[in-house]
Design a protein around this ligand. Structure first.
Ligand code: GLU
Length: 292
């Protein structure tokens, strides 16, 4: 788990929506391993989803990581305290003419896909589910304004194809895969903000990685597809591109990756059973790696 460049600034960026499990421990320690030899390890709390994030889980993150023997720089950036930053990034994208409000509900989108000329199974699925069929793309400005004035809830979507035309081909460097061609079009017109969650994970994460001077993003392979989009957002917002390392995920004996819903492998559960940090680390090797 040694990094090629020893002086990286890297980060661990959990969302406090549950207790950390053994997979998070692996991920946090992978980030820490890249920050040795004068590197910097940052901890970022990704708590933009007010409905799902809880203070009790955030407190547990600090406690569990300290138990693992990890140290990080202070102050910790908590995304919920920086919505203004993300709003200004959204304004920049809007000024480029790349955003539009979308009033569709999930059910309407599925119906639209069902009714489209393509059979539902031919419709493209993106990393976050079915690719948006573009219903609200064509709405006239006056109509958009009228519906917003009427208080209709809306999301903000990116005109991904137009954005890509402006940036041209994009690549990033992945420590394990080498140079990767970015294909953000797999997301279609992705949501960057909603009425209830004022910024998407993608925008907040990309913005913060740049703002915090992160030079190596380490995270699980389940987030590999997201990097395609993050690379596009960097190009649009004139942000630097860090290197990436998407590590394998730990999986349980049932062949499934650990989830926050599965309590038995949370660090606090293992601790209450008397496990030591060393035992957690040696368990990493027993849990098979999972590849995309
Ligand atoms: N907050 C994300 C999560 O908990 C991780 C984001 C990242 O590492 O880019 O899944």
């Amino acid at each position: 788990m040694k990094s090629i460049n020893p002086a990286h600034t890297t980060r661990f960026a959990p969302s406090p929506t549950g207790y950390l499990h053994i997979g998070h421990a692996f991920s946090a320690m992978d980030a820490a391993s890249a920050a040795t030899d004068q590197g910097r390890l940052l901890l970022r709390i990704e708590d933009t989803d007010k409905g799902r994030c809880k203070a009790v889980f955030e407190d547990a993150i600090y406690e569990d990581l300290a138990w693992l023997g990890l140290g990080w720089e202070l102050p910790v950036r908590r995304q919920s305290e920086h919505f203004d930053d993300y709003q200004s990034a959204l304004k920049d994208l809007d000024r480029l003419g790349l955003l539009y409000p979308c009033f569709c509900t999930r059910a309407q989108i599925l119906r639209e896909i069902e009714n489209s000329a393509l059979a539902p199974h031919q419709h493209m699925n993106g990393p976050n589910g079915p690719v948006y069929p573009g219903t609200c793309r064509q709405l006239a400005k006056a109509e958009q304004k009228r519906r917003i004035r009427n208080g209709e809830p809306n999301a903000i979507r990116l005109r991904t194809d137009v954005a890509l035309k402006g940036t041209g081909a994009l690549t990033w460097t992945d420590e394990l895969r080498g140079e990767v061609n970015a294909t953000p079009e797999i997301f279609g017109d992705v949501i960057l903000a909603r009425k209830d969650t004022l910024v998407s994970y993608h925008l907040a994460c990309t913005w913060d990685d740049a703002l915090q001077g992160v030079t190596l993003v380490t995270r699980g392979e389940d987030l590999f597809p997201s990097t395609h989009l993050h690379r596009l957002l960097q190009a649009l917002l004139n942000l630097p591109t860090p290197s990436y390392r998407h590590h394998s995920l730990l999986i349980g004996k049932d062949g499934k990756k650990f989830s926050k819903r599965n309590q038995s492998f949370t660090l606090r559960c293992l601790r209450s059973l008397g496990w030591t940090k060393q035992q957690v680390i040696s368990e990493f090797d027993h849990l098979k790696a999972w590849h995309l």
